[in-house]
Design a binder for this molecule. Structure first.
Ligand SMILES: CC(C)(COP(=O)(O)OP(=O)(O)OC[C@H]1O[C@@H](n2cnc3c(N)ncnc32)[C@H](O)[C@@H]1OP(=O)(O)O)[C@@H](O)C(=O)NCCC(=O)NCCS
Length: 144
């Protein structure tokens, strides 16, 4: 039987998180130093979807009183389209209180992620021009 659960990740999971983010975002993913600093930021939280003991999908959050900002979400290539990221988003919805929105930035060209977020009930509110190092615009999306 497949055993799956969502767990809060900490710095001992940093290698797995690094690997998943690099598989998803290549050179644009944070380096180890940036990732470590993010893990050590008390406003940030990392959660992982664990399947038979293996982390297959992760989400990182910046949590403030009025908003939960999704910093990153990624699923390992071999585990995509099986509902793992959906479960992580559902979990974030379950920890959000009434005063909080959930927000995120996504590359304008990332159709898969934009589709995914729309399916989860997120709506686009505006663009942030040249937000990414590549010069690409970001679409800002919210859920409340
Ligand atoms: C976006 C991402 C996290 C989704 O993870 P996942 O675990 O595969 O997602 P789920 O299986 O829970 O959700 C599947 C939904 O995502 C969307 N989706 C997934 N693959 C898709 C594709 N190839 N084309 C269009 N939509 C797609 C669909 O809405 C799909 O729902 P459906 O199967 O009912 O149509 C994953 O594709 C990923 O890691 N992408 C690279 C990293 C990234 O771009 N992250 C977002 C940065 S803002």
């Amino acid at each position: 039987m497949i055993k799956s659960q969502i767990i809060k990740l900490d710095v001992k999971n940093i290698d797995d998180v690094y690997e998943i983010l690099h598989e998803a975002f290549n050179d644009e993913a944070w380096n180890m130093e940036q990732l470590l600093s993010s893990f050590n930021n008390s406003s940030n939280a990392y959660y992982g979807m664990v399947l038979n003991g293996k982390i297959v999908s992760i989400i990182s959050l910046l949590i403030t009183v009025d908003d939960i900002n999704i910093l990153d979400i990624a699923t390992k290539n071999d585990y995509k389209n099986k509902g793992h990221a959906t479960r992580l988003i559902d979990y974030v919805k379950s920890i959000k209180n009434e005063a909080q929105t959930i927000s995120l930035e996504v590359k304008e060209s990332n159709d898969i992620a934009i589709n995914f977020y729309k399916k989860q009930g997120f709506y686009p509110v505006c663009k942030r021009k040249k937000y990414y190092r590549t010069g690409e615009d970001a679409i800002i999306m919210f859920y409340n």
